[in-house]
Ligand binder design. Structure first.
Ligand code: HEM
Ligand code: HEM
Length: 169
């Protein structure tokens, strides 16, 4: 199943990179330095724009690219185990949940990062540890995301990995 049509519109693609690049960079940048903080906020802005795009006026169904029904997740895993999984044009059911968790962790990283700068929480170890744990969870999610994309590209012999650049799948 190779689509010549655009699956991911330009807005979704731009917002993907406005979220993904700051998160990737922040894994390597010192939290005490300014670029880390500003990049974290850029990711939050990217996420806000992505959600606003989903809720834009119009007849389109909200979150139509996401398969969030648990039965679909269970069936997809069983199909993968039995080598019967079919390629999906939208996000597959497992990927859909990974993306929802990525969005939640972006919000939590941004809020805990912001809180660390407030007088009320200055020097609180638990907050720094929480931010660090959230960053570790994000690393796991990004690892799952990238492994899933590589797996999909090989399994279904298509350029899934290029999707957020070309928009095609
Ligand atoms: C070099 C790194 C990356 C590549 C090549 C990449 C590629 C992609 C592709 C191709 C998709 C669509 C998959 C599909 O067809 O279902 C996607 C979706 C997504 N990726 Fe990435 N990604 C990268 C890094 C990241 C990072 C670091 C994050 C975390 C912040 C991230 C978060 C997401 C999210 C949330 C979606 C869902 C997009 C939406 O529907 O708005 N990606 N990515
Ligand atoms: C949204 C993406 C973000 C990611 C992926 C991220 C990731 C990280 C990572 C990996 C660390 C090192 C953790 C450790 O060594 O335990 C860190 C530390 C830190 N981050 Fe972030 N962060 C993000 C957003 C923010 C924001 C928005 C702020 C502030 C406005 C912030 C402020 C800090 C500070 C102050 C530290 C140092 C904490 C310490 O002393 O241990 N971060 N972050």
């Amino acid at each position: 199943m190779k689509s010549k049509n655009i699956v991911w519109d330009i807005q979704t693609r731009v917002f993907h990179w406005v979220i993904a690049l700051p998160v990737l960079l922040n894994f390597f940048l010192d939290g005490e330095e300014n670029p880390h903080k500003w990049l974290g906020y850029v990711a939050l802005i990217g996420l806000s724009l992505r959600l606003m795009w989903e809720f834009r006026p119009g007849p389109q169904k909200r979150f139509s690219a996401f398969m969030l029904n648990w039965r679909e997740v269970k069936n997809y895993i069983l199909e993968l185990i039995h080598n019967e999984a079919k390629p999906t044009l939208a996000h597959n059911p497992m990927a859909s949940w990974v993306y929802i968790f990525i969005w939640i962790i972006v919000v939590l990283l941004g809020s805990t990062g912001f809180m660390m700068g407030l007088d009320a929480f200055w020097g609180e170890d638990w907050l720094e540890e929480l931010h660090g744990t959230l960053a570790t969870i994000m690393k796991v999610l990004v690892f799952l995301h990238l492994s899933g994309i590589i797996f999909d590209s090989f399994k279904f012999k298509r350029q899934t990995w290029l999707g957020m650049i070309t928009g095609k799948k």
